[in-house]
Design a protein around this ligand. Structure first.
Ligand SMILES: *[C@@H]1O[C@H](CO)[C@@H](O)[C@H](O)[C@H]1NC(C)=O
Ligand SMILES: *[C@@H]1O[C@H](CO)[C@@H](O)[C@H](O)[C@H]1NC(C)=O
Length: 299
């Protein structure tokens, strides 16, 4: 009898320890073309991945949301749609609801990538990270952890309107050390985002602060320009990407007159990972956003 009570107590303690541990972990949701409408929750461990629709030979995109962003936040749905429209791949979205510890997030996402590499033979060439707002800096932190654990750098981080990393929420600030190629799209630099150059390549569509079609009342205008970075993804990841951009000397001279047109198309998969610099482009106010070669005529 006493033995049984003891066993029950041990079980209860064990369960609550597991629950407490799980509460500090982000949740992961897997989307592929086949399960696009019925995504799967996956645990960051081999057995769960084996039982899921995860396919280790396909590219992997990990989407990291804004601070506390949950599974239904718009950054995830835009990343999922933009990617699965274009290619067969695994899109994994990170749900940060209730998770307020930066190092727990970085540790967990980093461990998942290490697991892909060690247990599923996923090469880092196959994998990329997309981070929106604070998620851009979290992606950078993950890059740093992966480099420490695997001795190799992530291939690519795409940062969508990163916030200013002011040290209050986040210790890690995204930098060019975090991946072989860090590309940054700034759409609300003077509001929710930052003017600071954080990547190998920094794009400032429409000057990087206020986006066309977003000039409603100020509060909403900032949110609109901030999230515009997400709405550009679909065309960025399309093979017919028409975001032809111009290279500028500094963020102080972002305009068609002060910049020289380049062959770089913002966010296109074929942008050389040795590219660098500050780029300007103009977009339309709604889809299709890109102005294509037509725009070059003005430069
Ligand atoms: C996600 O977050 C939003 C905004 O904070 C909230 O309205 C919504 O209920 C949350 N959704 C889920 C599934 O938790
Ligand atoms: C975050 O969690 C780590 C352990 O996972 C702990 O050492 C650290 O103090 C926590 N940070 C905050 C701000 O609570």
């Amino acid at each position: 009898m006493q033995k049984r009570v003891f066993l029950i107590i041990v079980l209860v303690l064990l369960c609550s320890a597991i629950a407490a541990y799980a509460a500090n972990e982000p949740k992961y949701i897997l989307y592929t073309q086949r399960i696009r409408d019925s995504p799967q929750t996956i645990e960051p461990e081999a057995e769960s991945l084996v039982r899921s629709s995860f396919y280790a030979l396909d590219p992997i995109i990990v989407s990291i949301p804004r601070w506390l962003g949950n599974s239904s936040t718009i950054e995830h749905s835009t990343v999922v749609a933009a990617k699965l429209d274009q290619e067969t791949c695994n899109v994994i979205t990170v749900d940060l609801e209730g998770i307020t510890n930066e190092s727990d997030i970085i540790e967990s996402v980093g461990n998942l990538i290490v697991l892909f590499n060690r247990q599923f033979d996923v090469s880092l060439e196959q994998l990329s990270l997309v981070g929106f707002a604070e998620g851009a800096h979290l992606a950078g932190g993950v890059g740093e952890k992966v480099k420490t654990d695997l001795g190799q750098q992530l291939t690519k981080i795409t940062a969508l309107d990163p916030t200013a990393a002011n040290g209050e929420l986040l210790q890690h600030k995204l930098s060019t050390q975090d991946a072989k190629f860090v590309e940054v799209i700034h759409t609300n630099s003077g509001g929710a985002g930052t003017w600071e150059e954080l990547g190998h390549v920094d794009y400032y569509p429409n000057g990087g602060d206020s986006q066309p079609g977003c000039d409603i009342t100020t509060g909403i205008a900032n949110a609109c320009s901030h999230e515009r970075a997400l709405h550009l993804l679909n065309e960025m990841w399309s093979p017919s990407n028409g975001f032809v951009s111009a290279r500028c000397g500094s963020v102080l001279t972002l305009s068609a007159e002060n910049c020289r047109w380049s062959s770089l198309r913002m966010g296109h998969a074929d942008v050389s990972t040795s590219a660098s610099g500050i780029y300007f482009l103009e977009t339309h106010s709604s889809t299709p956003y890109s102005r294509g070669a037509y725009y070059i005529g003005f430069l």
